[in-house]
Design a protein around this ligand. Sequence first.
Ligand SMILES: [Zn+2]
Length: 287
Amino acid sequence: MIAAMPELPEVEVTRRSFADRIAGAQVLAVRLGAPLRWPLGCQPAVLLGRSVGAVTRRGKYLWLPLAPAGPEPRAHRAGGLLLHLGMSGSLAFTEAAALEPAGKHDHFDLVTSRGTLRLTDPRRFGAVVWSPSLDVAPAATLLARLGAEPFDEGLTPLGFHAALRPRRTAVKAALLAGDIVVGAGNIYACEALFDAGIDPRLRCCKVSRPRAERLLASVRSTLGRALELGGSSLRDFRDTHGSDGAYQLEARVYGRAGLPCLRCGAVVRRIVQAQRSTFFCPGCQKR
Ligand SMILES: [Zn+2]
């Protein structure tokens, strides 16, 4: 199986698996393991006694608001943690009785009154970063270049087409870049382009308005289906209940190079675009 990063559906499935369980919990302790992609950005003691609010997601980042307890001294203002799973991270929320001692790949524990949120990340490209809010640095800086959320109604077919038109890059690269719409990581970009019948090498500026509309619908349906199924079943991904996702079982071109297309029977091809594998059907997907 091809190892791949946790993508937006996996992150959202993760969020849904613990957001309700951790809401209202009080932070009792913090354990830091080996350094992650970026430093925490505050003394761990700053987090103690705070209560966890409603966990939200933006792109592949999760935001855990941490409200200060009692009256607010200057050093204990509002704030929260911005979490990213990087290349190989996963989050598990476990009640105290079931928590195992931290292993060598467990690099962050947020111990709360309702259980422990633990980041496991063998490759350590993940991050847990303190920020005073989402609107100021460092959170605002990290989120600044993200495109629209895929299910945001503000992203219209017309707007999507207008964003593609000035670009000369391949349409798949534009999806992966995530600065028009977030969420179409490698597997989902391949599947959405197959669904829309668009050759991944087609330049953005050559995508007609009807095809742009079709592609946006395909991005939405592909991500929507992945969310229903619990994300991709990829080697390093586990949601916080420790179960595999199921999306990869449904992939129609991703990981199927050399096999017959499930729709037309042509041989699915694998090419490399921007150092990432692209899978497509030359029969179904046209320039
Ligand atoms: Zn085909």
